[in-house]
Design a protein around this ligand. Structure first.
Ligand SMILES: [Zn+2]
Length: 78
């Protein structure tokens, strides 16, 4: 998973590495994977520990648009 491209499991065309931004009111983060079911928060909508979770890397197929996600600590903003 070190490269920036992989092959699509649906149509075998090239998939390109990217990410899904998590846009807040005044900042933008990488979306993160968290274990378990989401829990409601009165103030925030959903309870989330910002220090936990794994950054999500998303590959998009250049032909059919299929998305494949990988959660790994090493995928972060540089
Ligand atoms: Zn495809």
């Amino acid at each position: 998973m070190d490269g920036d491209t992989i092959n699509c499991p649906k149509c075998a065309h090239t998939m390109i590495s990217g990410f899904v931004p998590d846009v807040g009111h005044s900042d933008i983060h990488l979306s993160k994977w968290h274990e378990g079911k989401p829990k409601k928060s009165f103030w925030m909508g959903t309870k989330v520990s910002m220090k936990d979770g794994l950054p999500i890397r998303a590959f998009k197929c250049s032909q059919c648009g299929y998305l494949e996600f990988y959660a790994h600590q090493d995928f972060k903003a540089e």
